[in-house]
Design a protein around this ligand. Structure first.
Ligand code: NAD
Length: 481
């Protein structure tokens, strides 16, 4: 049994009151690790160590802070197989995905922000005999709270800009997938990251997550997770006027026009629907197809979906691994039942597949395609966050945009057409923070990332993240003849 520990003041530590949570291997449903269920006492220890470190860390040269991140990235790269195995064991995602996406992107996050830190420079404005120097200063101690679907990827996406900006960080990974954050702590020790600069505290979000959000020494919260949790954080953080950045759920539309590059669209669509078991906030879960190609599209898509191999995350041939937890699997089943109640037709999937041998007790769900659901049905409105997509046809651009915007979410959207004028016109009308035209999941890390409506508040990525983790100060000096 693996014993995951907190990382406080540069050391690995069990929780002060010894309370632990079970951590499951989704591929077989067995407990494989224990993780701290931390309390306010653990948080206070972390805050104390961060308070002591802040002055020194924030006074280092930009390049000195970046060097730590570069070193940590190199050490993860050296141990990439261990990290990828840990991510798949913990989350149930295919090992091929952990190796090709999760861990490489985590390394890239660290290197990207380590390089970008050069852009945190004072700016000066001059007006007659007055000079205003604008400093970008770190906030102090900041909190990051991340989810289970891309555990190390989103953990590093937050801590990297916070650290290079000169803050000390209290980071809380998801209690459902704590393993790679634990391995990350060991790498920080190997890299001799100064004590207290980063503290990693594990545990139940409703306990220690809430304490982090409430704590008056924590100046900002960067959160990624569900919309319900994000709203609670917004209310709590407003009590002491904490800075917040919220990256939340999505119900992303895909608009497929009859003039699109059909093969490219089909190959990409299988990924935007089912990659990571559909547990990606950016997944395209509502697929709208122009009437002229609906039947052809529908038959081919279903044929291709049926061929996706669901099974052991450690089998190289697996396309879709295990669902992260039994509770999440129950939620997905509940939505599929609701779809049937709402008049939907399950075109394929909708069931628990038989997975043989050591995976027979794991949590799996077949890739599922549902048709005939009304636009305002619960299943077309609420985020399922699993391998379930709905299909519907549209007549023209006007109807397509109306359908795309018919939701309270606004994270991402995808448009497939060769008509670039139409693509741009629709992209401007679509209510989402990110629009992909003829592609999906292409990311330039310099660009702003974040949703609108119920999907997000504030932006991550590039200088937007550095802005969030710093405060601008104006030093205004007048000089005289
Ligand atoms: P969640 O909201 O349940 O948990 C996210 C994190 O918040 C976890 O670390 C959890 O322990 C913590 N938490 C839970 N309750 C808390 C509270 N009251 N106070 C403080 N912290 C608390 O979300 P999840 O189930 O882990 O993740 C899935 C959700 O994340 C989906 O809705 C998905 O769309 C969203 N997500 C969004 C993005 C994005 O960039 N917009 C990216 C990935 C995932």
């Amino acid at each position: 049994m693996i014993k995951i520990k907190n990382y406080i003041n540069g050391d690995l530590a069990l929780p002060t009151d010894n309370q632990c949570l079970d951590v499951f291997n989704p591929s077989n449903g067995e407990v494989y690790a224990k993780c701290p269920n931390s309390s306010i006492d653990d948080l206070e220890l972390a805050i104390e160590s961060s308070k002591k470190s802040f002055q020194k860390w924030s006074s280092l040269k930009q390049s000195e802070r970046s060097d730590f991140l570069f070193l940590i990235a190199d050490l993860i790269e050296k141990n990439i197989d261990d990290f990828a195995n840990a991510e798949s064991l913990d989350n149930g995602k295919p090992l091929t995905l952990s190796k090709s996406l999760d861990i490489p992107r985590s390394i890239k996050n660290l290197r990207f922000f380590a390089s970008l830190s050069n852009s945190i420079r004072p700016v000066s404005y001059r007006k007659e005999n007055v000079i205003s120097d604008i400093l970008k200063q770190p906030l102090g101690i900041v909190g990051t709270i991340s989810p289970w679907n891309l555990p190390l990827y989103l953990f590093t996406w937050k801590i990297a800009p916070a650290l290079v900006s000169g803050n000390c960080v209290i980071a809380k990974p998801s209690e459902i997938t704590p393993y790679t954050a634990y391995l990350f702590s060991k790498i920080c020790i190997e890299a001799e990251l100064p004590k207290g600069v980063l503290n990693i505290i594990h545990g139940d979000g409703k306990v220690i997550g809430r304490e982090i959000v409430k704590h008056d020494k924590i100046k900002a919260i960067s959160f990624t997770g569900g919309t319900k949790t994000g709203k609670e954080i917004a209310i709590q953080a407003s009590n002491n006027l904490k800075k917040i950045n919220l990256e939340m759920g999505g119900k992303n539309p895909v608009l497929i026009f009859d003039d699109c590059d059909y093969d490219k669209m089909m190959n990409s669509l299988l990924k935007s629907s089912f990659l990571n078991q559909g547990q990606i906030c950016l997944a395209g879960s509502r697929i709208y197809i122009q009437k002229t190609i609906y039947k052809k599209f529908r038959d081919e898509f279903i044929e291709r979906v049926k061929k996706l191999k669901v099974g052991d995350p450690f089998d190289k041939k697996t396309n879709q691994g295990a669902i992260v937890s039994s509770q999440h699997l129950e939620k997905i089943i509940m939505y599929v039942k609701k779809a049937v109640d709402e008049g939907g037709h399950i075109a394929t999937g909708g069931d628990i597949p038989d997975i043989p041998n050591e995976c027979c007790n794991g949590w799996y769900f077949s890739p599922t395609v549902i048709e005939n659901l009304p636009q305002n049905s619960i299943v077309n409105q609420e985020e399922i966050f699993g391998p379930v997509v709905t299909l519907a046809e549209f007549e023209d651009e006007k109807e397509a945009i109306q359908m795309a915007n018919n939701t309270n979410y606004g994270l991402a959207s995808i448009i497939w057409t060769k008509d670039i004028n139409r693509a741009h016109k629709l992209a401007e009308l679509i209510e989402s923070g990110l629009v992909w035209v003829n592609c999906w999941l292409e990311r330039d890390l310099r660009t702003p990332f974040g949703g609108i409506k119920n999907s997000g508040f504030g932006k991550e990525g590039g200088k937007y993240a550095l802005d969030f983790f710093t405060e601008s100060k104006n030093i205004c000096t007048k000089y005289y003849d």
